[in-house]
Ligand binder design. Sequence first.
Ligand code: FAD
Ligand code: MLT
Ligand code: ZN
Length: 476
Amino acid sequence: MQNVRMQTQNNSFLDGLRTIVGASHVLTDDLGFYELDWRKKYHGKALAVVKPANAGEISQIIKLCAAHRISIVPQAGHTSLVGGSVPNESGEQLVLNVARLNAIRAIDLVNNTMTVEAGCILQTVQETATAHDRLYPLSLAAEGSCQIGGNIGTNAGGVQVLRYGNTRELIMGIEVVLPSGEILESLRGLRKDNTGYDLKQLFIGAEGTLGIVTAAVLKLYPKPRATQTVIVGLQSPTAALKLLNLMRSHLAERLTAFELISALSLSLVLKHIPGQRAALADQFPWYVLLEANDSQSIAQLELAMQTALEEAFEAELIQDAVLSKNETEAKQFWGLRENITEAQTIESKNIKHDISVPISKIAEFIERTDALLEAKYPGVRIVNFGHLGDGNLHYNIAHPVATHTEASWFALYEEVNELVHDSVHHFGGSISAEHGIGQLKREQIKRYKSDTELKVMRAIKAALDPLGIMNPGKVI
Ligand code: FAD
Ligand code: MLT
Ligand code: ZN
């Protein structure tokens, strides 16, 4: 009886959805793609997937969901690494996919802004900016699939944060449908606006728990006229940190990326990704991929880079370096960095981390945490790489082959996680630098955030989403 009643309620809900968006935009079969996360770690079951076309439709959907007490999982490009865009296993949640909101609404070349909808793919936005002789600097390996709504939902970081900041710094206005169904429209694109709380910031990084972002005003930059991409081989993270300082003193704000790659991380790319080849002839324990750009001439940039590298050689900070000769070669260098995630997935499952500590502490963090892990799990394989220039590492731990299988290693998931995260905490760091909390770290933040921080977060959630229908089970 209970089941029949639920079925009838669900049918009336689905009919309501079809009336709002049209039957062809309500999916109930073959939902595999929408229910499984990118890492294939979380496999949920959705009541349906709805694909609205605009904020007005989303507003009606949310009101319908509130009336039926059905919760919503906002989904954009579905590349979340923390299970943020996957429904739970109840079969009772609605996945609201924003891919159809994919218009570029406006470009203002004087204000240097682009107004886009949440379903625009990041790469399309970058290409549109380039076509207008501008730069939208957010850049990450998932850029061919991830969408602006998801970038905003996660406050995505990526490989150019050093120069341009996280997504948070790149958003000048937002349109969001609240859990009440009201549309909060703030797409003015103002560079100065001190009229009270900066509401847009609440929704950036909220991982869909406070509302559904439908559009945003993005900040554009001048398109660089010259770019230099370099890979260096070096002996230690300490040397890499000194190099970062040296590069900054020569290149200042022109330094856009400073990525650390361990020898193991690089070897996995060379082993598993077709078409990749080492940039340097010799092997080193560590590598740094760095990039600088200039909105003026290449000559000045080349001179500054050359001088910096010479100084780094003389100080014995680096043992080898290669500069890309052209854009194709620069892309090859980036392939070595951006394919690490894919390569390590092919090699074996990893206990992944996305941590940050103050940049000045990063070498100490690596030394201490490596030693703790090696002492407890001899032979452990640490796939360490990341955005050193931002103090952010992807410090991923694969099983020691002599003593563990993947399965026995994953039985230690929480223990290994705690060891790494306690070490992060020891250095005053964060257990999620850029990927968010999602469902992966929901329990763990309770250990590292203060009671007051959690209380304020819960109060904001309760104020905006009293029925708890917006992505429940994620973040808090
Ligand atoms: P989704 O996965 O669909 O959603 C992400 C979160 O945002 C979910 O919680 C979802 O509910 C919420 N959300 C989605 N749409 C909306 C919306 N319209 N309104 C409100 N909330 C919404 N991340 C980095 O930060 N830096 C990296 O360098 C990086 N590299 C990556 C490399 C690879 C190979 C992969 C697979 C992922 C990487 N990521 C990285 C993680 C991921 O790509 C980013 O978090 C990205 O911003 C997610 O965008 P998406 O469109 O796929 O969002
Ligand atoms: C990266 O920087 O490549 C990503 O954040 C992906 C990852 O952590 O694996
Ligand atoms: Zn990253």
